[in-house]
Design a protein around this ligand. Structure first.
Ligand SMILES: O=P(O)(O)OC[C@H]1O[C@H](O[C@H]2O[C@H](CO)[C@@H](O)[C@H](O)[C@H]2O)[C@H](O)[C@@H](O)[C@@H]1O
Ligand SMILES: O=c1ccn([C@@H]2O[C@H](COP(=O)(O)OP(=O)(O)O)[C@@H](O)[C@H]2O)c(=O)[nH]1
Length: 457
């Protein structure tokens, strides 16, 4: 049987603390198949990039690369997270383009290819993940790699015209045509890629999902919405009620209902808008004041990038302002926590919550939405309030869908969710649970790898 080689910038090394859907999901996928996980070591070193570290746990071998400060700043903080991330999340106003960071991005992709190429066996199946590594296939092919190469984009793909506004957009986006199979989270992402290919990359759409690059080489593309390890999350949630952190949260609520938000501290997640919508709910529905406490968990993310530091300051001010204006001596409306919680605790918080507020401005998928569904008690499920701009909205039609920019709309939806009778909560929850159970993380991996294995070589 072929070996699975997963390549991603972020690697969930054994024992590390990870917030972020990609690491959570790939960890779950590799636990079942075993294989090699290749990527960044998480270390920033004084000298040159490139030192390799090997580690093994169970059937998974980890091979990771150190990066120098310059490479890390240019590739990760710079081109990946200050150029591509805002562009991919429909925020051209935040895109910072410069040639040095683009050169660092190219350099790190070439370095990854160099290190990986010598490890690969001809029948390996190589599955590359996300916007950090779009040119990797091109670099691997230059080094003679003949294996099947698949790529999955975890984030949204914006419209072709927006992509084309990026100087040298061919380097990251045109380079995708060197893969054998491209996977997207939603049908809209795939359609936008096909438009880009036709309009700006000199390629052709032969039929839906069967594509041709500018030199006439065929490759494939499809939709593979990522899932979660549903039975594991459901079991953790049921057990979590015994955890001391979960019990302490429950007793601190003093009988009030809980609304929860769980996100990396990222501007794509719409957290300031959510705080404002919650304040609007308290203003528009004074009769419900004091009945609901909102807990926002937001572990700090990409702290080396200015926009993320500014967001942190903004949220601290906003939480203070809302609580200052609306709290009572025995009730604080917003609890804002920057800690990262393990799933064993988080799932207990989800299960205790009457409402989840998952209101990103744009999100590739949003695994928190799916985890919230999986963690519910079937006898008393909570209500999912979900942005229609999250990939998960395409699958979770039992959620109350909102436009996160419409503060009054979100405020009134919170009010409605708080009053929702049990039979309606169950009626909405059941089909969502059915969906996340049927199309879980293992189905995602199986479907993608089966499609990759079926590509001609
Ligand atoms: O690695 P970081 O810079 O710390 O960021 C964490 C991850 O964030 C993004 O996650 C995405 O993948 C999820 C799973 O498919 C998806 O549900 C979510 O919508 C995406 O935002 C990023 O794409 C990953 O590369 C990062 O590792
Ligand atoms: O304190 C935290 C906050 C988040 N997460 C996990 O981080 C992932 C976030 O994935 P999502 O797809 O929602 O967003 P991303 O961060 O990847 O953009 C989910 O599995 C969360 O359970 C976690 O384990 N602990």
């Amino acid at each position: 049987m072929s070996r699975l080689v997963v390549v991603s910038n972020r690697v969930a090394l054994p024992g590390s603390d990870q917030a972020g859907g990609l690491a959570v999901a790939l960890n779950a996928a590799l636990q079942e198949t075993g294989g090699l996980w290749f990527g960044w070591s998480g270390r920033i070193v004084r000298g040159a990039s490139g030192e390799l570290h090997e580690q093994r746990e169970g059937d998974i071998a980890y091979l990771t690369v150190d990066l120098s400060k310059d490479d890390f700043d240019g590739y990760y903080n710079g081109f990946a997270n200050r150029t591509l991330w805002p562009l991919l999340h429909f925020r051209p106003d935040l895109v910072d383009y410069n040639r040095e960071t683009q050169a660092a991005y190219r350099r790190v992709n070439a370095l990854f290819a160099e290190k990986l190429a010598s490890e690969l066996r001809p029948d390996d199946i190589v599955w590359v993940h996300d916007y950090h590594l779009m040119p990797l296939a091109q670099e691997l092919r230059k080094r003679g790699v003949k294996s099947r190469l698949g790529f999955f984009l975890h984030v949204p793909l914006p419209s072709a015209d927006l992509i084309a506004a990026l100087p040298n957009h061919q380097l990251p986006f045109g380079a995708l045509t060197a893969y054998d199979l491209l996977g997207f989270q939603t049908q809209r992402d795939l359609e936008r890629f096909q438009d880009y290919l036709r309009l700006y990359a000199g390629g052709k759409v032969l039929r839906q999902g069967v594509l041709q690059d500018r030199d006439g080489r065929q490759f494939h593309a499809g939709v593979f919405p990522i899932g979660i390890d549903t039975p594991v999350i459901a079991e953790l949630a049921a057990d979590a009620v015994r955890k001391s952190g979960v019990r302490r949260l429950k007793s601190s609520l003093a009988g009030r209902a809980l609304a929860i938000g769980v996100d990396r501290l990222d501007y794509s997640k719409g957290i300031p808008e959510r705080f404002r919508a919650f304040a609007r709910f308290l203003e528009r529905h004074p009769d419900q004041r004091g009945k609901l406490t909102f807990l926002q968990i937001a572990p700090v993310s990409r702290g080396g990038v200015n926009e993320y530091r500014a967001l942190r300051r903004e949220l601290e001010q906003l939480a203070g302002h809302i609580n200052g204006g609306l709290a009572e001596p025995d009730w604080t409306p917003v609890r804002y926590v920057n800690r990262n919680y393990p799933h064993a605790t988080l799932t207990g918080f989800y299960r205790m919550a009457r409402i989840a507020l998952v209101t990103p401005l744009r999100d590739g998928m949003n695994l928190v939405a799916k985890e919230f569904v999986a963690a519910q008690d079937p006898e008393d499920p909570g209500v999912l309030i979900l942005s229609s701009f999250a990939g998960a909205a395409r699958e979770l039609d039992g959620a109350m869908q909102v436009n996160p920019y419409d503060l009054d709309g979100v405020a009134d939806t919170i009010s409605e969710a708080l009053e929702m009778p049990l039979d309606e909560r169950q009626r909405r929850w059941r089909p969502m649970m059915e969906r996340v159970s049927r199309y879980d993380i293992h189905a995602w991996r199986r479907d993608f790898l089966a499609a990759l294995a079926a590509t001609p070589r």
